[in-house]
Ligand binder design. Structure first.
Ligand code: RIB
Ligand code: CA
Length: 313
């Protein structure tokens, strides 16, 4: 049975790998649309990058929408220092020929959820949660219609990556994350605790390069570019690969292990704003609102990435 999904994203090289995995899996996913959000770089660039990724895959049947161009309350913080000025530096992908859809991405999310049966649609989020939160604010009734949200974001034992306390997707729009985590929607979280285990070592990058198709070559060039910052920062054998964990979970959940816990978002404190306060040991008694993925099979994860990328042109 195909899973109907909407992908919300700020591509981003790691977003691109996740999106390509989904586009390579038509027997697993009915992708209802891809919605860009401001995050890694400005919205217009993220949306343009999403169009480039769709065209790279050959899946020009997929529609791309632009969502929110800034967080709900805070000033937008971007990450060109990781992803390059285009947000997708590395390969030299051609300018997209496909146009963005004219409908506002938040309205697309609302209308699609309201038009489908409750429990049919999964939201796969790869960036800040602004679009999802704004959809919940504009039409609260969508909360009982979403099957589940599978999101990349947050951290617990690994701390943060843009501040000592906060992971980038949550930090950019902590208010949106707070709205989503309070929504009552079933949430699966792929935090830094998981994604830091999924390191793109030289051997794994070589496997991607050896795929030998257009998609594999582009992904290799993307990761070689985006790894610079993290290799310098962490001094690990490979840079962590974040967003593909969301699609990998949807394809092979058995690769991952987690615990159902309470997670709340810090939205005010100067030093910890954007922190996912994860009650891993159940000391608060607060409602368990998140399936928190803490570990995974990294070799199986890269096997899956290579297998799916090899299906593309
Ligand atoms: O912290 C990692 C997250 O921030 C990933 O989604 C990456 O694409 C950036 O958006
Ligand atoms: Ca992202």
């Amino acid at each position: 049975m195909k899973r109907k999904i909407i992908i919300d994203t700020d591509p981003g090289q790691d977003d691109a790998v996740a999106i390509l995995m989904a586009l390579a899996s038509p027997e697993d996913f009915e992708i209802l649309g891809i919605v860009a959000v401001a995050g890694n770089v400005a919205l217009a660039q993220n949306a343009r990058n999403a169009l480039k990724i769709v065209e790279l895959s050959g899946r020009t049947d997929i529609k791309v929408y632009a969502g929110c161009e800034r967080p709900m309350r805070r000033t937008l913080v971007t990450a060109e220092y990781v992803h390059g000025d285009t947000g997708l530096d590395g390969p030299n992908l051609p300018a997209p020929t496909q146009q963005l859809e004219s409908q506002f991405g938040v309205d697309f999310i609302i209308d699609t959820l309201m038009e489908h049966e409750a429990g049919e649609i999964t939201l796969a989020t790869l960036g800040p949660l602004t679009n999802i939160a704004m959809a919940l604010v504009k039409q609260p009734r969508i909360a009982e219609r979403v099957k589940e949200i599978v999101m990349m974001g947050g951290g617990c034992f690994e701390g943060g990556n843009i501040t000592p306390a906060a992971e980038f997707n949550i930090y950019v729009d902590p208010d949106a994350a707070d709205v989503v985590l309070r929504s009552g929607i079933h949430i699966v979280m792929a935090p830094l605790d998981l994604t830091h285990q999924m390191q793109s070592t030289p051997a794994r990058l070589e496997r991607i390069k050896a795929i030998g198709n257009r998609a594999g070559d582009a992904v290799h060039a993307m990761l070689i570019f985006s790894e610079r910052f993290d290799l310098q920062k962490y001094q690990w054998p490979g840079a962590p690969l974040h967003d593909p964990c969301v699609i990998a979970y949807l394809l092979k959940p058995e690769l991952f292990h987690g615990r159902h816990i309470n997670v709340v978002i810090e939205t005010a404190s100067e030093h910890t704003i954007g922190m996912t306060v994860a009650d891993y040991w159940g000391v608060t008694g607060r409602v368990k609102n998140v399936q928190f993925l803490r570990s995974g099979d990294a070799d199986g994860f890269y096997d899956l990435i290579c297998e799916r990328l090899s299906r593309l042109p």
